[in-house]
Write a protein that binds this ligand. Structure first.
Ligand code: SF4
Length: 369
């Protein structure tokens, strides 16, 4: 088995793209999934003019552009910098921050975590040492509704009251408790402790028990009885508030027309970890819903959840053209994920029906991971 080391973090960013069979793949970090329509248009235009035209939504609420010619990432980076999507060259790959997508837009959370997302992002970028975090290290800020806290982030803050939070490490409650005003410092301290404790591990959950305990000890927060882990939720589709819609991307991928339709709304957008986009602050949801539906976006709350990796020909490891084959599986009441090989890239967390190519067809297995 090859030995991994700190020099081989293959996670792509905007500046360090991954070379796939169909060209360069650039991953654009979008802390909290929050971006303006103008910023989203820069991504959509960049994909159309420099890549293959599609925009992928990732399970960490980031965006991905693929099919880039050699060197095209320089032009893409310049365009993204102009709209604020690449505020730091050194921290390009480490701004992985999930947040409750509807926070502050409905009454389901204890607190609006959007200011905390901005605070965490700024503090992360100001910390030179944290530029060394692996590109997979993930933060999460959950406003109390429990939608992102249990998605396996390395460090998550889950609001337990308007001014208080539980700190989850590696997807489970550590028992650590802190005032909300302290959570950003604690989350950064956790990331620093991970860097101190890690050898070749990429994620906090990969540390051995003793190292994980040392990370928790270094935080020095008060300790309570840990909360039991909660089932993983799948975010809604369709109208979610009087002024907000959630539009799903078929197979987790927006074609040119769909990306353009989202940008044309001119509305604040929030990418969700469930391959959908919240379109917020709308005066007329019916009109926008009609236009997004016409472009092929998914707004029916009962739409079966189906995602797929890029498959053949985009990935050299793929055993089949997954996106051409993928679709709902009748009678299945959990998300379905289609993969071109056993790596199962982009698989959603939680209970999923995996449909994996084996060279002769596909093998289906249902499970939780
Ligand atoms: S699951 Fe396999 S085929 Fe699909 S993108 Fe990942 S490595 Fe490629």
């Amino acid at each position: 088995m090859p030995t991994r080391n700190r020099q081989t973090d293959a996670c792509p960013g905007v500046l360090a793209v991954h070379r796939a069979a169909d060209g360069g793949v650039a991953r654009i970090r979008v802390p909290g999934g929050q971006l303006s329509a103008a910023a989203f248009r820069a991504v959509a235009d960049g994909a159309a003019e420099l890549g293959d035209g599609g925009v992928e939504l990732t399970s960490r609420a980031n965006l991905q552009v693929r099919g880039l010619a050699d060197g095209a990432e320089t032009e893409l980076a310049a365009r993204l910098s102009e709209v604020g999507l690449l505020p730091s060259a050194t921290h390009d790959k480490v701004r992985n921050v999930l947040a409750s997508p509807l926070t502050g837009r409905d009454r389901d959370g204890f607190v609006d975590v959007r200011p905390l997302v901005s605070e965490l992002d700024a503090a992360l970028r100001e910390n030179a040492r944290l530029a060394a975090l692996p590109g997979r290290f993930l933060f999460a800020l959950d406003d109390g509704r429990g939608d992102v806290a249990w998605l396996g982030a390395d460090v998550a803050a889950l609001a337990t009251a308007p001014g208080a939070a539980a700190i989850l490490l590696g997807g489970t409650d550590s028992g650590l408790r802190a005032p909300l005003t302290d959570v950003i410092l604690l989350m950064l301290a956790c990331a620093e402790a991970f860097l101190t404790e890690r050898a070749d591990e990429w994620r906090l959950a990969e540390l051995d028990d003793r190292a994980r305990r040392r990370v928790a000890t270094r935080l020095g927060a008060s300790v309570a009885e840990p909360l039991p882990s909660q089932p993983i939720q799948t975010g809604p589709l369709g109208q979610v508030t009087e002024s907000a819609l959630v539009a799903g991307a078929p197979l987790g991928w927006l074609d040119r027309a769909q990306a353009a339709a989202l940008a044309d709304t001119g509305a604040p957008l929030v990418v969700t970890p469930w391959r959908a986009v919240v379109v917020a602050d709308l005066a007329d949801t019916a009109d926008v819903a009609q236009r997004l539906r016409s472009a092929g976006l998914l707004l029916d709350p009962d739409t079966p959840r189906v995602t797929a990796c890029v498959g053949r020909p985009g990935c050299a490891k793929a055993l089949s053209d997954v996106r051409a084959d993928a679709g709902p599986v009748p009678g299945v009441d959990v998300p379905v994920h289609w993969s071109g090989c056993g790596r199962r890239c982009g698989r959603p967390r939680g209970e999923v029906l995996d449909v994996v190519a084996n060279g002769d067809g596909y093998v289906m297995t249902r499970g939780d991971r």
